[in-house]
Unconditional design. Structure first.
Length: 76
């Protein structure tokens, strides 16, 4: 029996089912666990403007526009 991984997904708008499926596939790949069960708790956060943030097992992955700009600024 595989444990369920609960993921918090923050996005600027409510995502459609296809987008959620793609994100679940991405998470399974990131966790190197293709057969794992992923439960997504979606939160709409208009302050994100674009992109999304994931919280997986207490680790945040920031794929938002703000996060991308912050990473770019750190590299300069």
């Amino acid at each position: 029996m595989t444990a369920t991984t609960i993921v918090q997904l923050r996005s600027a708008i409510k995502l459609d089912a296809d987008a959620i499926k793609m994100i679940i596939k991405f998470i399974k790949n990131k966790l190197n666990s293709p057969k794992s069960t992923i439960e997504v708790n979606e939160i709409v956060d208009p302050q994100l403007i674009a992109g999304f943030k994931l919280n997986i097992n207490g680790v945040e992955y920031d794929y938002s526009l703000t996060g991308s700009l912050n990473r770019l600024a750190q590299e300069l």
